[in-house]
Write a protein that binds this ligand. Structure first.
Ligand code: OMP
Length: 271
């Protein structure tokens, strides 16, 4: 998917919501456990009920991978049923020496046809660029993450006082463009989102951390929105586990709608 196609989805739906698919057998409603493929049944109903409000879906690969060969089959089936006009993110956080990254890219872009993949920048240029060689496919590079451990490395300053995440932003802009490179910027980082925006004015940000991790959607929009929105705000647990009962998909729909209503207002205010 191209950047302009993504932006027109955002305009059409008045939404920049990414629904995170983190399906956990221990958390999905008990009645689904008698289905032949409980995780697929869960994701299918979540997708059907939230597709009106979502411009992206982000299956986190760990939740599928943990189930072995069967989990990979489920992931492929889930990727297939996501409506074609909705952006798909394989949240796999990959990155390895060049020839290995190339095969990770093939796995997610060719075998499974995802639009994008999350990538860790730690191994540098040759670990990231193989993902950028696929037409209309995207790298979503970890820049400033939402977790507590992000303080361990990402905010360490070099001799000039520049934090590591800023070096990641600067260097990686030599490898990709706003047409094929996005950044992960956690919603829990408040005004630092503004600092990231200054360094990457045109790029889309994938912003996890609203909902269960306590980040504020209003702050994300205030500091992060640009002239083509430039934001995909993810919520996983806050949507998919809104109810643990038979009404889980309807409850997910309500949560997604709530976020979309707020997003519509923010788009009207800032765009
Ligand atoms: P919530 O359940 O809404 O908190 O979202 C959690 C999802 O976002 C998980 O799939 C995480 O891997 C992902 N995530 C973060 O929580 N923090 C980050 O900084 C980056 C990600 C991500 O890359 O999506």
């Amino acid at each position: 998917m191209t950047r302009s196609e993504l932006f027109s989805q955002i305009q059409q739906k008045s939404s920049f919501l990414c629904v995170g698919l983190d399906p956990d057998l221990e958390k999905i409603p008990a009645h689904l456990l008698s289905e032949p493929d409980p995780i697929f049944a869960f994701c299918k109903q979540i997708i059907e009920e939230t597709a009106d409000y979502a411009v992206a879906y982000k299956p986190n690969i760990a939740f599928f991978e943990a189930l072995g060969a069967r989990g990979w089959e489920t992931l492929a089936k889930v990727a297939e049923i996501i409506p074609k006009d909705i952006f798909t993110i394989a949240d796999a956080k990959r990155g390895d020496i060049g020839n290995t990254s190339k095969l990770y890219a093939k796995a997610f872009f060719e075998s499974m046809n995802f639009d994008s993949i999350t990538v860790a920048p730690y191994m540098g240029k040759d670990s990231v660029t193989p993902f950028l060689e696929f037409e209309n496919k995207w790298v979503i590079l970890l820049a400033l993450t939402s977790n507590v451990g992000s303080l361990d490395f990402q905010l360490i300053e070099d001799k000039t006082g520049k934090p590591l995440y800023q070096s990641v932003l600067e260097k990686s802009q030599e490898w990709g463009s706003p047409e094929n490179l996005m950044y992960v910027v956690g919603a829990t980082r408040g005004e630092l989102i503004g600092e990231v925006r200054k360094s990457a004015p045109e790029h889309f940000f994938l912003v996890p951390g609203v909902g269960a991790q306590g980040g504020s959607l209003a702050e994300v929009a205030k500091y992060g929105m640009n002239s083509t929105c430039g934001l995909l705000v993810n919520s996983s647990r806050g949507i998919i586990y809104a109810s643990g009962e038979k009404d889980f998909a309807k409850a997910a729909r309500k949560e997604a709608e709530k976020l979309q209503v707020e997003m519509k207002e923010l788009l009207e205010r800032y765009l």
